[in-house]
Design a protein around this ligand. Structure first.
Ligand code: SF4
Length: 291
């Protein structure tokens, strides 16, 4: 029995454009939480600035919308303070690979037990379509009518180079597959990075549902692919670059790496959680010294 999905909805309706992939990503996350029987009162989602960040108003879980690029840092801190919660970070490709890149690198390196959902719509959409690293070189964008001058870098190669313990790719046009990927990411003990190709009909018009249908291949269709082989993951990413395709599914999982908390020497002898050790102190006397 799963929890009624309606329980994850607040009374506010999303304000995304018709056809926006955020609707599907939000639905997939709620479905994943519901099917894993994680009640809204046991989930925390750190949202970023960006179109996806408006999702903070629409969920009945605990949620926080922080500064631009800081969703991963917020999620990492919240997770360490209270590990009883399922902790998710949601942010766009702009926030993740520009302002927040250092947080992504360090969350993966530290292996915090959180799930990071990267909404990749290939632009800063909230600010009406500015170029990100994911925008194709030469594509005219807001404030760049002559086309984006810088080259892109391959974010799949970047993520894999960090040796993540869980790395997957999904697509907002396939809610069922995305739900299954998010469920696996949440269940994984460690930092799960899930990059999601997201439809943005307002500012990434070239990448239509038809375009994605022609470019997406499911990893499950590959013969002899091993999710636990780093070499297979590396070769798959090179294949994506060569074929100009997007492979969706779990690219790599390593269950043999301890999480940051498990590696913390200062917590080794503790059987309690930090949240259970919070004590109340009367600070009235201290405050009086400032008068
Ligand atoms: Fe979605 Fe793009 Fe509209 Fe933002 S601008 S709400 S990402 S379709």
């Amino acid at each position: 029995m799963s929890i009624d999905i309606e329980k994850y909805n607040s009374q506010h309706k999303p304000t995304w454009c018709p056809g926006c992939g955020n609707f599907a990503i939000s639905m997939a996350l709620k479905k994943a939480l519901s099917e894993l029987n994680i009640p809204p009162s046991q989930a925390f989602i750190a949202f970023d600035i960006g179109c996806n960040g408006n999702g903070a108003d629409t969920v009945a879980t605990y949620a926080f919308k922080g500064l631009h690029g800081r969703a991963v840092a917020l999620a990492s801190g919240a997770h360490l303070a209270n590990r009883d919660f399922t902790t998710i970070a949601e942010l766009g490709d702009g926030a993740c690979f520009h302002e927040g890149l250092d947080h992504l690198i360090n969350a993966v390196r530290s292996n915090y037990d959180i799930t990071i959902l990267i909404h990749n719509n290939q632009n800063f959409a909230l600010t009406t379509g500015q170029a990100t690293v994911e925008t194709q070189k030469g594509k005219p964008m807001y404030a760049l009518p002559g086309g984006k001058p810088e080259k892109e870098y391959n974010t799949n190669e970047l993520i894999l180079s960090l040796h993540p313990t869980f790395f997957a790719k999904g697509y907002s046009g396939d809610i069922q597959e995305l739900t299954d990927i998010i469920k696996r990411g949440i269940k994984h003990k460690g930092c799960s990075v899930i990059e999601i190709s997201q439809l943005c009909p307002s500012y990434n018009r070239e990448c239509t549902p038809q375009w994605f249908t022609e470019h997406i291949v499911k990893i499950s269709s590959l013969k002899n692919y091993s999710e636990t082989s780093f070499d297979d993951a590396h070769n798959l990413i090179q294949k994506m670059i060569k074929e100009e395709k997007i492979y969706t599914g779990v690219i790599y999982e390593n269950k043999n790496v301890k999480t940051f908390y498990e590696n913390l020497p200062s917590r080794k002898s503790f059987t309690t959680e930090l949240s259970e050790e919070v004590k109340e102190y009367n600070i009235k006397k201290i405050l009086e010294t400032f008068k």
